[in-house]
Design a protein around this ligand. Structure first.
Ligand code: KIV
Length: 272
């Protein structure tokens, strides 16, 4: 079913809260560079996340931990140059906000000043509450991130579904309520049971954006390179691939190699 997209000139944090109260679902994808961000924004996405998944997708690291603040600022400023409409949220990378609130604020200010991003996202609940408050007090919008938080992968040990047990589910609900109370404008819930995500979305007035959290939430986010099938080794159940660019690009590039070798490219019309 195709749903009419409402015409918003520019998406702000307030637009997202209005979308939730009007029952309009929020679409969000990652982007890390100018060319991709131009396509994603032009296609009508509501939120672009300059995710620290750039560490995996762009740099080939096994986890999100190695990416630096300077690298995130580089990616975010490339995205910002492409975007006319979407809200651009930038991840605070691992190690730039956990040690103390002042450092967290300094990191968030660098992102806002040097990249031109519109908001920051960071992972965690009550353990990062003071850092979030400090950033919010400076007028910087914050998106929370609960459930599977990839920056804590070495604590969890695996990327399996979180909050299946009652105690962890209870803590997640408490943390989500706390994030709303202190002023976060939205929360990402990653890889948790759909029923739990639905319950959180129904209890909170701020938008809940899910990834692997079912369809009872207020919006969905995916990693762009996964949803267009540029990556092909990552196959979680929640991922829908809308294209198979890995295969298409491999075919195209291999055809180009053959054409160059056979002096089929360039032809007479493709030269001066
Ligand atoms: O970094 C990222 O891409 C993310 C999404 C998975 C939500 O945080």
């Amino acid at each position: 079913m195709s749903v009419a997209k409402k015409e918003y000139k520019r998406i702000t944090v307030k637009t997202l809260v209005d979308m939730k109260s009007n029952g309009e679902k929020i679409s969000m994808l990652t982007a890390y560079d100018y060319t991709m961000a131009k396509i994603v924004d032009g296609a009508g996405i509501d939120v672009i996340l300059v995710g620290d998944s750039a560490s995996n997708v762009m740099a080939g690291h096994e986890t999100t931990l190695p990416i630096t603040l300077d690298q995130m600022i580089y990616h975010a400023s490339s995205v910002i140059r492409a975007v006319d409409r979407a809200l651009v949220v930038v991840d605070l990378p691992f190690g730039t906000y956990q040690s103390d609130p002042k450092e967290a604020l300094r990191s968030a200010i660098r992102i806002m000043k040097e990249s031109g991003g519109h908001a920051v996202k960071l992972e965690g609940g009550r353990e990062v509450k003071d850092s979030i408050k400090r950033i919010l007090n400076a007028g910087i919008p914050v998106m929370g991130h609960l459930g599977l938080t990839p920056q804590s992968i070495y604590k969890f040990g695996t990327y399996t579904v979180r909050a299946k047990e009652e105690q962890e589910a209870k803590e997640l609900v408490e943390n989500a309520k706390m994030l709303e109370r202190i002023g976060c404008f939205a929360i990402v819930l990653e890889k948790i049971p759909a029923e739990l995500a639905r319950e959180v979305a129904s209890q909170l007035t701020i938008p809940i954006i899910g990834i692997g959290a079912g369809n009872g939430v207020d919006g969905q986010v995916l990693v762009l390179h996964d949803m267009i099938g540029m990556t092909h080794e990552f196959n979680p159940r929640f991922l829908r691939r809308y294209m198979n660019l890995y295969e298409d690009m491999t075919t195209a590039i291999s055809q180009y190699v053959d054409d160059v070798k056979a002096v089929e490219f360039p032809n007479d019309k493709e030269q001066y």
